[in-house]
Write a protein that binds this ligand. Structure first.
Ligand SMILES: [Zn+2]
Length: 67
């Protein structure tokens, strides 16, 4: 095996546009272009996680288990 050939070559990835605004992404905030866009996406994620559509409210008036 040749020793002079580096076996770990990290190719440059093509720059992806920011999913939020379409600007070129920054490495620090990848895949976003800025902290702001990253937070926008995070907030959307969290707000979506809290809203579960179609879920019945458990107030105690649901049907009792039949035994
Ligand atoms: Zn952006």
């Amino acid at each position: 095996m040749p020793n002079n050939v580096p076996d770990k070559i990290t190719p440059l990835r093509p720059k992806r546009p920011c999913p939020e605004c379409g600007k070129p992404s920054e490495r620090a905030f990848y895949p976003f272009c800025s902290k702001r866009c990253k937070e926008i996406d995070l907030n959307r994620w969290f707000s979506g996680a809290y809203v579960i559509p179609g879920r019945p409210t458990e107030d105690g008036d649901d049907e009792p288990p039949s035994e």
